[in-house]
Design a protein around this ligand. Structure first.
Ligand SMILES: [Zn+2]
Length: 327
C-alpha cells in the first residue's frame, strides 16, 4: 500500500514477499502513477508494515521503557511511506476498531549513481556516496500565495533550471560552511490527483539538495531527517506579473481588477511568469507547523535594474563630488 491507505500492489501480481537473513523483504513492481511520481521526486521515505493479532510479552528495561517482544503476528499489509515517521520506533494505530500495529524499518539514505554524478559536477574533488547527504526540498508550487500571486507552470519549469547549483542556508548558522547545502537537481512535478484553487493541475517545484557529511553537520542532518526543518523560503526574479482576468502586465500597465475578487468565474490573481533569476534559498525552523510551508519572495526585474542603476548613479555622483574635491 501507499502510506497505509491505498493499495498499490497485490501478492502474486506485482508483489513478492519473502523472508531473508535480515527479515521481511518486499519486492514491488510499481505501476501506480502517484507512487512513481513520489519516487522520482525522492519523496519515498521508507517502508513499514501493519500487523494484527500479535502475540507477545512486555518486559520493562532498566531505563524504564517497555520492550515488547512479538512471537506471532498476522501480516496485514506492507506500505511505502511518503512521510518519514516521527519516531523510528514502533507506533500503534487503530483502524476499523482493530488494533493494528505499525513497525517501521529504518532506511539508510542512499545516493544513486546518477545522483552522485550530478553532485560531482559541483564538487571540487570526486565524492563517494557515503560522503554526501541527499534530501528533497519543496521549493514552491503553483497555488495562489498570500499576496494573491501564483507561478505559471512554465515559470516553475524555468525556476527548476535556475535553482540547480544554488546554495541554501540554514537559519541558525548562516556563516558556517558546514551549514550550507546545494541543489543539484530540480523538477516541476505535476500531481494529477490534485487541482489548485483556480482549477488547474497542481504542480510543485521539488529539488534535491546535498550536503557534504562532516562531524559538524551531523546534528543538522538529524534535524532534517526528523522533519524539524520544514519551511523553505525562496527568492526569485520574474519579468512578468500578468492579471489572470484581463492579461495586462500589472507592472507595466496596472488594470482595475482586484486580487481575490471573482470576475465572470475567474479569480483575479497575478500570474508570475518568465523567471530571470533565482537566489539562495533558506531553511526556517518551524517545528510547530505540521505541514511544510513556503514563503515566496520575488523582485520585479525592472525594479532590480532600477536599484542597480540608482546605485551606479550614486557612485557616479560620489566620483563627481570627489573630482570636485567635496568628499
Ligand atoms: Zn486585469
Amino acid at each position: 500500500m501507499l502510506d497505509h491507505n491505498r493499495t498499490i500492489g497485490e501478492n502474486g501480481r506485482n508483489l513478492v514477499l519473502t523472508e531473508d537473513n535480515i527479515g521481511l523483504r518486499a519486492e514491488l513492481t510499481v505501476d501506480d502513477e502517484e507512487t512513481v511520481t513520489a519516487a522520482r521526486a525522492g519523496r519515498l521515505k521508507g517502508w513499514s508494515f501493519g500487523m494484527e493479532n500479535a502475540l507477545g510479552d512486555y518486559s520493562k528495561a532498566s531505563d524504564g521503557t517497555y520492550k515488547r517482544e512479538i512471537s506471532k503476528l498476522d501480516l496485514v499489509e506492507v506500505s511505502l511511506l511518503t512521510k518519514r515517521p516521527a519516531y523510528h520506533a514502533t507506533s500503534i494505530e487503530l483502524r476499523d476498531g482493530a488494533d493494528v500495529e505499525t513497525r517501521t524499518a529504518d532506511d539508510l539514505p542512499e545516493v544513486s549513481a546518477e545522483e552522485l554524478e550530478q553532485i560531482n559536477q559541483f564538487t571540487r574533488g570526486r565524492m563517494k556516496a557515503e560522503d554526501v547527504y541527499v534530501f528533497p526540498v519543496r521549493l514552491c508550487d503553483n497555488e495562489i500565495d498570500r499576496d494573491g500571486e501564483r507561478f505559471s507552470l512554465g515559470a516553475l519549469s524555468k525556476l527548476a533550471e535556475l535553482y540547480v547549483g544554488k546554495t541554501g542556508i540554514f537559519d541558525h548558522d548562516a556563516k558556517s560552511d558546514n551549514q550550507t547545502a546545494r541543489i543539484f537537481h530540480a523538477e516541476a512535478i505535476i500531481d494529477s490527483s490534485k487541482r489548485t484553487s483556480y482549477g488547474e493541475l497542481y504542480a510543485e517545484l521539488i529539488a534535491k539538495a546535498y550536503m557534504i557529511r562532516t562531524a559538524a553537520n551531523a546534528d543538522l542532518i538529524k534535524e532534517i531527517e526528523g522533519g524539524i526543518k520544514k519551511e523553505v523560503s525562496v527568492g526569485c526574479c520574474v519579468a512578468k506579473n500578468t492579471c489572470s482576468v484581463c492579461g495586462a502586465d500589472r507592472w507595466k500597465k496596472p488594470c482595475e481588477h482586484i486580487k481575490g475578487k471573482i470576475y465572470d468565474g475567474v479569480i483575479c490573481c497575478g500570474i508570475l511568469e518568465e523567471p530571470t533569476d533565482a537566489y539562495e534559498w533558506s531553511f526556517v525552523a518551524v517545528p510547530a507547523q505540521p505541514s511544510a510551508g513556503v514563503t515566496k519572495t520575488y523582485t520585479e526585474s525592472d525594479a532590480l535594474d532600477k536599484i542597480k542603476a540608482m546605485i551606479a548613479t550614486r557612485q557616479r555622483e560620489i566620483e563627481i563630488l570627489k573630482l570636485k574635491g567635496k568628499m
